[in-house]
Design a protein. Structure first.
Length: 423
């Protein structure tokens, strides 16, 4: 555990990011380690970044929490476009919710700015026992603080038309070489665009998969050095770029469901929400599609894992109560409540525990695929400067995919942007 003195010292060092001195002082009303009994509140508030379709799953855990502890959980939604600025303003003004949810890397970012409590100061054993292995390096700060944990998860899957592969006598590819061979064979059979990427195809998220599969990393282990010009990152970037130049992969955001329905795409990578897109939106494809992990690269299998992170604001008057609610999200009862709500809404909700994928409404083959995918998924880096650098890194990558820049030129630009924000 880390002391409040150390945590607030880190906050003071972040004055350059325009936090007020009051936000960095020992002004939090609850204090580190307070319990629900000491706080004795009747309501806590959650600002959830996302759309209202996700509210029933959070509110279901809230109802369970109120029934058990007598504390009401009020949930408000924030748009993704505005949420980051709104939460940062709330930290500066000391006038915000008890709990926020947002981008997976926001926990470390806001925590290092002095805006969040360290959840390890509270009784959160469910978190320690159940956070997915591939996410610890994304949510635990370099100093060991745990400012936020996943509320839900999403990851890249590879969707494919199983009927077309069977007709063409092609096995589901498990490696880059096998994917290249399958694409070549399908193009020879008349499929002009057999492969599509549908979650930011020219963004850093899609590129991250190939960078990781080639054995690359964005930073060294202690976040003191940028590594995007390493041979491994270069190899992953070359493979990522080759898809656009040599394999006719669209650079725009294609419609996964429509493309697979028409048979234009035989393979498509995309976020896990596409399980419902295909099952509910294209019932005529039932029995004609399935999913698998992304093909493994020369060094690793695995794909990017994201979702919402949730953390407790430093100036919450009920940090212990709020931490207890977050811990309940990870409990067997909490997961069961959220999944029951998702089933009632007929929507896919991937709880932050991979052992519960089997309890979702997915078909058995897709449950098995997602379980395998989560075993090797990895999240974004835990380095404090990444959130600030990532939009500029994305623009640097797009010079490769769209403007004809060499891989070395694009990565040099990305490295400069990352070094400029290195904390």
């Amino acid at each position: 555990m880390i002391s409040k003195t150390k945590r607030l010292g880190a906050a003071a060092a972040a004055a350059a990011v325009a936090l007020t001195a009051a936000a960095c002082s020992d002004g939090g009303s609850g204090g580190a380690g307070t319990s629900m009994e000491e706080e004795d509140v009747d309501t806590i508030t959650v600002w959830h970044t996302g759309d209202e379709t996700q509210l029933p799953m959070i509110e279901a855990v809230g109802e369970l929490f109120e029934a058990e502890h007598g504390v009401k959980v009020e949930v408000e939604t924030l748009d993704w476009a505005d949420a980051h600025a709104q939460i940062l303003t709330a930290i500066q003004s000391q006038d915000g919710p008890d709990i926020f949810t947002g981008g997976l890397s926001w926990g470390i970012e806001f925590g290092e700015k002095g805006g969040l409590v360290d959840l390890r100061d509270y009784d959160t054993q469910n978190l320690e026992d159940n956070v997915i292995e591939g996410l610890w390096n994304s949510i635990e700060s370099p100093g060991g603080e745990l400012y936020g944990v996943p509320l839900n998860m999403t990851t890249y899957s590879m969707f494919y038309r199983s009927d077309i592969l069977e007709e063409e006598g092609i096995e589901v590819p498990g490696t880059w070489d096998e994917m290249d061979a399958a694409i070549t064979e399908l193009q020879g059979a008349g499929y002009e665009t057999p492969f599509a990427a549908t979650w930011e195809p020219i963004g850093w998220l899609d590129w991250f998969n190939y960078m990781h599969e080639a054995g690359g990393s964005l930073y060294n282990e202690d976040c003191t050095e940028v590594l995007v010009d390493s041979p491994e990152v270069v190899a992953g970037t070359e493979y990522w770029a080759k898809r656009f130049t040599d394999q006719n992969v669209p650079t725009d955001q294609p419609d996964l469901g429509a493309g697979m329905d028409k048979g234009e795409y035989v393979f498509a990578t995309g976020g896990s929400w596409n399980y419902d897109v295909l099952a509910a939106g294209f019932p005529e494809l039932e029995g004609k599609w399935s999913s698998a992990p992304l093909p493994a690269g020369p060094a690793n299998a695995g794909s990017f894992i994201g979702g919402n992170v949730m953390g407790v604001m430093l100036d919450s008057e009920a940090p212990g109560t709020s931490a207890a609610f977050i811990d309940m999200v990870y409990s067997d009862e909490g997961v069961a409540a959220s999944l029951a709500a998702a089933e009632a809404e007929d929507t896919l909700w991937l709880p932050p525990r991979t052992d519960k994928v089997a309890d979702t409404h997915l078909s058995e083959d897709n449950k098995a695929a997602l379980t395998e995918i989560f075993e090797t998924s990895v999240g974004p880096p835990n380095c404090a400067g990444w959130e600030e650098a990532s939009p500029n890194v994305q623009r640097a990558l797009q010079t490769i995919a769209l403007d004809g820049a060499s891989v070395e030129e694009g990565l040099a630009e990305a490295k400069a942007e990352m070094e400029a924000t290195l904390k």
